[in-house]
Design a protein around this ligand. Structure first.
Ligand code: DOR
Ligand code: ZN
Length: 345
């Protein structure tokens, strides 16, 4: 197969940042994706409906002329979040999900949640309204090995939470382990997972073997090969519970290439080319559309996009920049370590 036309994809987990960086990276997502769930971990975070309204306006202002793109706004859950504010945001149609960051789990998560008990009133209200909770699924307990933090989160936090609020619709964001995949696949209802492009392509060797490579460092950190294989099987299975959330997370190069580098991989430019490559390798190109364009809207209760995109397999490798200049500084583009032949037309 050398050509594939699919419904226009959506990105169910995207970091766009703000200011010059927002202007620099948004055109790449908007070129390929119709909609994206916009992560709220700005500094300061997007905690109220008023914050989300003004952030949405800044995103729309930063769009290139004539480009259609719908930012699906989220709120950053804190222990001070008001259930009434969340409910009003959902009823107005602005807020499509609430994001739970365990405090200290990742970039700009300091205002996140320390105790689930303190956010129960918000979660119960969300369950009653059918508003999804997006979860960064890692414990922050310093005694838990960083490679085990997802599995331990399922056991200590996610499973008890689902028992407590069975009607709460949850998305386990950027699942990275076989444990996570198996847990999601065993759920009858109200649980789904996003999978990133990069976790389908790299394992932890990319970060650590033969030299330390900060541009492959993200959170949750890539795991060993068996986990990558489980993620590939889930993504290419067509199972409606798994869909694309790129977690494209730009940081300027000096913030990555330093003594304590930031977590985040920038894939907005080449995600679809990478995914077509992965799905072709797995002989599952016929299921790419389910992963990128059908399963996400079905879970979020939104219509699928009516527009389409066509991908073509070119005989020669396509050319993409190794880094982009964003106005906030240079941002390195994810290098999948293989030649890309699939181009979005
Ligand atoms: O790698 C990551 N980068 N993981 C996250 O959870 C946050 C993100 C960011 O905002 O940079
Ligand atoms: Zn993220």
């Amino acid at each position: 197969m050398n050509e594939l036309t699919i419904r226009r994809p959506d990105d169910w987990h995207l970091h766009l940042r703000d200011g010059a960086m927002l202007k620099g990276v948004l055109p790449f997502s908007a070129a390929h994706f119709a909609r994206a769930i916009i992560m709220p971990n700005l500094v300061p975070p997007v905690v109220t409906v008023a914050d989300a309204q003004s952030y949405r306006a800044r995103i729309l202002d930063s769009l290139p002329d004539g480009v259609d793109f719908e930012p699906l706004m989220t709120l950053y859950l804190t222990e001070a979040t008001s259930p009434d504010d969340v409910a009003a945001g959902h009823e107005s149609g602005l807020i499509k999900a609430v994001k739970l960051y365990p405090a200290g789990a990742t970039t700009n998560s300091d205002s996140g949640v320390k105790s689930i008990d303190r956010v129960m009133p918000v979660l119960e209200r969300m369950a009653a309204m059918g508003l999804p909770l997006c979860v960064h699924g890692e414990v922050t307990d310093a005694s838990v090995d960083i490679f085990d933090r997802e599995a331990v989160f399922i056991e200590r936090v996610l499973a008890p939470l689902r028992e407590r609020v069975p009607d709460l619709k949850i998305v386990m964001e950027h699942v990275t382990t076989k444990d996570g995949v198996d847990y999601v696949a065993s759920a009858e209802r109200n649980l789904a997972a996003t999978i990133t492009t990069h976790h389908l392509i790299i394992n932890r060797n990319a970060i650590l073997a033969g030299g330390i490579r900060p541009h492959y460092y993200c959170l949750p950190v890539a795991k060993r090969e068996t986990h990558r294989q489980a993620l590939r099987a889930a993504a290419t299975s067509g199972d409606r519970r798994f869909f694309l959330g790129t977690d494209s997370a730009p940081h300027v190069d000096p913030s990555k290439e330093c003594g304590c580098g930031c977590a985040g991989i920038f894939t907005a430019i080449n995600t679809l080319s990478c995914l077509a490559h992965v799905f072709e390798e797995e002989r599952a190109l016929d299921r790419l559309e389910a992963f990128t364009s059908l399963n996400g809207p079905a879970y979020y209760g939104l219509p699928v996009n009516s527009a389409t995109v066509t991908l073509k397999r070119l005989p020669e490798p396509i050319r993409l920049p190794g880094k982009i200049d964003t106005g906030a500084g240079p941002v390195t583009v994810f290098d999948p370590m293989f030649a890309l032949h699939w181009q979005v037309c």
